[in-house]
Design a protein around this ligand. Sequence first.
Ligand SMILES: [Zn+2]
Length: 669
Amino acid sequence: MGKQTATASCTAYRAIEEKTGVVVPAGVVVARVGWLTTLTQTLASAVIAERWTEEALDELAGGVGPDGRDLPAKGYKALRRLGWGSRSEPGVYVSDRVRCCADEEAARALRLALHRRTIIEAILKTWPENSRKRTDAEWAALREALPAGVPVAEIRHRTRQVQAIIDGGGAFPLGIIEAEDAPFNAAQILLAAADKQLVTVTRTGERTVELRVQLPSVERPASRRDWAWHVLPVNLPRNVPGDVVKICVPSLRVKDGRVRVDLPFEVEVPFAPASGHVIAAGFDWGLNTLLAATIGRLTPHGRVESDGRPLSYDASVVSAKLHRLRGHREDLAAKRRHYDNLLTGLAGQADGDVRGPELLASRERTDVEHRRVCARIRHLNDALAWNAARWAVDQAGAAGATVIYLEDLATLEARGRRQGNARLSGQVRGRVVDAIRHLAAKTRIAVVTVPARGTSRFCPRCGDGASELMHVLAPDRLTQRGWKWAYCSACGLSCDRDRAAAERIVSRGLLGQQTTFTDRTTGKRAIRAGVDGNVTRVRRPKKATRAIRRARRSGTDLHPRPENRTSRADRSKTGPTRKRQTRMRKMTSSRMPDRRPVPALTFAVGNRPAGQAPQTNRRKPGRTGLVRDFHHRTGFHKARASPVLPLTEYGTGSRHATPPATPNPHGLG
Ligand SMILES: [Zn+2]
């Protein structure tokens, strides 16, 4: 059994002063918690600003204290060993525990900066000729200088950051200190760094927790008397399971006029072994869809066969929405910069201009809108990531897979035209991976990354690393170069490009599972070297229908094309498509649209976002069943995905192990 930590976001609405038993109303609690977080924010930002130098970062990165001993793993202890601990302002009494929390905050910010520093230093050391496009040699030099596992998206962000400084007329930065300002720390208090003299957490019931914490009763506490113990009853949200092993000490912050309690809790998760897997799910970061998947099985003879069912999660509509929102965000940022420039110009004039207040109000409005758009993007990214992950883990679970193989984002390069799902940033994909790891751990499914290189380049059926796939426009246009469709001229395989890639990923994982490497600190699993093998598609035997039997007997085409349409030009439309008459249309006003957007589901407990939702059959009231729909409802607004069906059979009897010799003209391979 292992442990998994998750954080529940709770709200504290009121508090009771322990000594007097007086109930403190919500507004006062918010103010007091706000004073506490502002105190720690001030203390921590002073430490960060003081130590934002190359020398100090070197010292911290060295990991050895002035006494020659290794620095402790706990952030606040490390800072105190270095003698960097925070000092309270004169006239303000802050206990040592509160300063511990501030030191922890500062230590985390500085240690995160160390991580960014190694990346920026590697990028600066190997600065390319053209920062928009590195050559292969430049990539190799950069990878050599970087620590392992840095995603391409992060490299791109840091490169753009440096390029922006150069474009802005600044000198070429020598390190992170010149490249960015001291990190900002939010107004929050990480109570985990303190002990029971500042905070205690007790579980008082199935869904209730009691948080005892010392809060200041004035904005600037002058002595110990200005601090008092408060008891904050907190209700656990319904996503916290009943069998929680441990409730940890939370962090507090004020958001939207409420006291937010970020409460970490630990649950036990079953151990998922790294190897010994027989059935696996392989996921490809698709070009046509966000995720394309296939289920594979390792046969006793050491071959990989796939059940031939393509699974896909299409988020192109959400992706388009995100793209629009990002554009809007950029516009607002530009507008805000413009107002700033105008205001600077006005400030330079001798006497105040009447336009000043108006401009200031406009700038404020733009700023609020910018923040809201940022929040919208963040929420949409989150919802998308969790929904896609839920779908992926449900698919793997339904097929009886014990492992999920994913492409390693660190080795994934941006491919092709960035449109549709491919436009989703590496950041979203990183979140999907994290969410898949989290959800899979609960159901005893291992998550392993495999190298992404060459997954869509070689044929999964006959390639073995030799036969290259052709990427063509469409199944019926196999001679025209394109992106979406894959066609192998050697064996006649013709299928969706992402599906072919998913098959290679599943074979890479299943065949290379003996070399699975587990990172000791993070517990993340990866296969570094790609072992490739062919994938056989096994299909369930299908009885020939009467129409097929008749077509075979008479030797005619089952799906003949209309005779009058011989050339491509004839296939063009001659008039507008006629509106379909629907029942709804007849019964109601003609102004009613015949298709209405479906509102996003509100998630209640037990509602799986990607689960199979039984829907009421409208024609026969009372009978439930699945509505016939090409695309499964994922519960997430406008994301479409294959339904989760527990099909674990790999077909028996006559298996289509050998592919047809001639390429199928209709591309239904
Ligand atoms: Zn082939």
